[in-house]
Design a protein around this ligand. Structure first.
Ligand code: FEO
Length: 405
């Protein structure tokens, strides 16, 4: 892969990560992910963000650094917008190869450099408004944007060229191959990356939507011509598209309307809950509300989170299991809580065998979720004809609620 010229003296480089290992040790990346960095060359040379040694990433970086006329050994500065190790784990080896390289981060970022990597020299703390002069007309300006995705996060701006190096913000899963710019991808490819950016957002960023909104407000007057994140596509033709997309995503759990659709999540031990769910789905279909459907635990939670995050409505179908909720659903609800999936319209249903219990645990779990619940439906064993009719009506009721938003 080549380095990609963004403008004179500014290059995008990236590693395509293709691995069966999970992102953050949790989230599957069957379509890969990229680790992006940016070379900014004046009289001095800075690398904005780094990588971890993962799936041949360092070999890929070395080749592209050489194509950009530099190397790990000769860099003057590395700007660390964010210290999560996907962008920094190579620091120890980098410092070994290049003892003079100066590392630049916020005060909280420098503390993490010290704590994670035991590096204590050639460190520079920066705050909002500070600049780094590289010479030859290249200046980098820093903006603290905490909690996108960790408290130490900042963004870096090349004001002369309008390039915003945004790190995790505006990022996505999905490897890129030899192309990196938004104008190099087809509409179908963009649709794919939009889905992967939603999954990335729901998995990684959703807990911090309030901070995304704050950062968007802070940056709104910057003359941004290119959005250069550290995962995924570099936006030089339509940077406003990814900014608007992130604003929409941030709104899903901070008070803006979600999409008028329903995400159905279900698990069934012996098919009785599924029988009831089929009636609910018939009700949803009768109201012509679009829905996605995921059986758990068969579908990984990463994908469930993506569809559930954007949907206004949720159907949660699970049996009672050992006096409590079906464990895979308890796991999903735990993730909803951690990721702040608020404001949903929800129908819960399920069967029980010798005794109930899911309802009690569920009601306690969602007490602070700020959800609007359609009256839940439970039944013993297989649902009767009357119960199926009721379940269909509950499905219609949820669908009408979603449509009315
Ligand atoms: Fe891509 Fe929060 O690290």
């Amino acid at each position: 892969m080549n380095a990609h010229d963004i403008t004179d003296g500014v290059y995008a480089i990236h590693a395509d990560i293709k691995t069966s290992a999970r992102f953050e040790g949790i989230w599957p990346i069957p379509h890969g992910v990229t680790l992006n960095s940016y070379v900014v060359k004046g009289d001095k040379t800075a690398l904005v963000d780094l990588a971890k040694d993962w799936s041949h990433s360092i070999d890929q970086f070395e080749a592209q650094l050489a194509a950009a006329g530099t190397s790990f050994e000769t860099l003057d500065y590395v700007v660390l917008n964010h210290l999560e190790p996907d962008h920094t784990a190579f620091l120890t080896e980098l410092r070994r190869r290049n003892p003079k390289v100066e590392l630049i981060a916020t005060a909280k970022g420098i503390a993490l450099v010290r704590n994670f990597f035991k590096i204590n020299e050639n460190l520079r703390e920066v705050k909002t408004g500070d600049t780094l002069e590289l010479g030859a007309g290249k200046t980098l300006e820093f903006f603290e944007t905490p909690n996108i995705h960790w408290p130490e996060t900042m963004m870096t701006f090349d004001r002369a060229n309008g390039i915003l190096f945004s790190c995790d913000a505006f990022g996505s899963y999905g490897s890129l191959g030899d192309r990196v710019f938004d104008d190099e991808f087809t509409a179908d490819e963009h649709a794919f990356y939009e889905r992967e950016s939603l999954r990335y957002y729901a998995n990684i960023v959703a807990s911090f939507s309030t901070f995304v909104t704050k950062a968007l407000d802070k940056l709104k007057d910057l003359p941004v011509k290119t959005v250069a994140p550290s995962h995924g596509i570099v936006w030089r033709k339509n940077p406003g598209e990814i900014v608007a997309r992130y604003a929409r995503f941030a709104g899903y759990n901070t008070g803006s309307p979600c999409e008028k659709e329903i995400c159905v999540i279900w698990g069934s031990m012996y098919g009785y809950t599924k029988q009831g769910l089929d009636a609910v789905i018939a009700g949803i279909e009768a109201e012509k509300v679009p829905y996605t459907i995921h059986q758990i635990p068969d579908t990984d939670a990463s994908f469930v989170l993506a569809d559930a995050y954007r949907a206004s409505g949720l159907v949660l179908a699970m049996p009672t299991y050992e006096y409590k909720m079906f464990p895979p659903m308890a796991h999903i609800l735990d993730l909803f809580e951690r990721k702040h999936f608020t404001g949903k319209k929800v129908l819960r249903l399920g069967s029980w065998g010798w005794v109930g219990g899911a309802k009690k645990e569920y009601d306690e779990k969602i007490a602070n979720f700020k959800w609007t619940s359609v009256e839940s439906a439970e039944w013993q064993g297989a649902p009767t004809k009357e119960e199926l009719a009721l379940l269909k009506e509950r499905g219609r009721e949820l669908a009408r609620l979603v449509k009315s938003e």
